[in-house]
Design a protein around this ligand. Sequence first.
Ligand code: ATP
Ligand code: MG
Ligand code: MG
Length: 420
Amino acid sequence: MELDKMDENDWKYHGEGNKSLVVSHVQHPRVLRLLKYPAEDSENPPQIQNIVDFSSNVMSSLLGEKFIHSGEVVKLPLEFVRQLSIKVQHQRPAWRCDKVMDIYSGCALCLPNLTSPALHQPTHTPPLCIEIKPKCGFLPSPKHVSKDIKTKVCRYCMHQHYKVANGKWKRRSFYCPLDLFSGNRQRMHFAIKHLIEEPQNNFKVFKEGSDESPDMNSLLHHLRPYFLHANNRINSHVTRFAMVRTFLFFSGADGTDCDLPPLNTSVFPGSRGLPSDSVLFRILQTQMLDTLDIEGLYPLYRQVEQHLQDFPKERTRLQIEGPYNEAFLEKLQKCPAEDDGSVEYAVAKVHQYRVAMTAKDCSIMVALVQRQLRDFRPPAFSYSASILDLDPKPFDSIPRQLRLDQKIVTCYLRTGGALP
Ligand code: ATP
Ligand code: MG
Ligand code: MG
């Protein structure tokens, strides 16, 4: 990519989240991820190198390097960025337009396009990519929460009620992350069924690099060639089963279905049956670094904040805003088991909480490619799994987290968990 010869016509809108907008190259398997910020706030240029460092030095050791592509920071001509922002504007969903693309810093992240056919070996069927944003897969311990309901209903499910009550979504999703992370085959099926039925922003399907609306019929249609051999007739059950199997077992970032146990093997013991090197297991383990819940963490956050007010220079030593290097990772991994009252303990817990927040917000991208193994055998598929969206969550977002938590729980208790 020649950075001085960038042409906006070589790039097209690919997708966006709350924090960034992604464009993909029309020929090469690459994307540019440009940050966004609230329309009224153009003061603070985003610290984009921090994002790369956090992903490559911190998240990748926790989640497994094989799943992660951290990309690199590129400096783009401002005129290119400006033209690009004009070009993509009409394709952006209206509900995302409360934020604007950063057109001032000229910085972006360049990443491999994980949905691009060109990234995968040439085959007669283009790869099919499935993106799942799984959210938090465990319940907090009763020790730290003030409302009993938090130990019974998961955060995602309560948040659904809040979002419907506030008009963000018209219908609630019946997807529950506890099902997806359960390791229990039936519950995982259920989770995938509900994701397909009401994808919101937790489920996306890309075919030939483009986002497709994943209604059940079109999804089945796309998946048919990939999973046909599982059973000669394809139905929704078989498809979901194949997906569950894939999610459960892929351990490496790449593999084939030959690496997977046969379809009829019952390898789902109890509720924590995720294989320890599977992508879901790694994500769940990292999420569980949030051991205190926001309620138990908040006093420690206040302790750190007070300490920084008294000793402003400590901000650097304690690596509050990075750098996200090995020393940062060590701080959170060498946390004392008990609260000894030290600021080091408090900082380690805050760092752990922030890492867990990132793991609760990431997505998994699975690319499936159909291959012909040998003439006499039915086609098989290869898969590769990646984890994306591993941005650090700001230190000062913690008070906001507490307020949001209180709002969600209050709303849930007020409506008695019932939705109109
Ligand atoms: P969120 O609101 O979930 O925090 P975000 O603003 O941080 O999202 P990303 O999730 O990183 O942004 O990117 C937005 C979308 O762009 C993703 O959901 C995914 O569909 C697509 N995307 C991001 N990175 C890549 C990539 N390397 N290859 C292909 N698609 C990508
Ligand atoms: Mg995202
Ligand atoms: Mg994000």
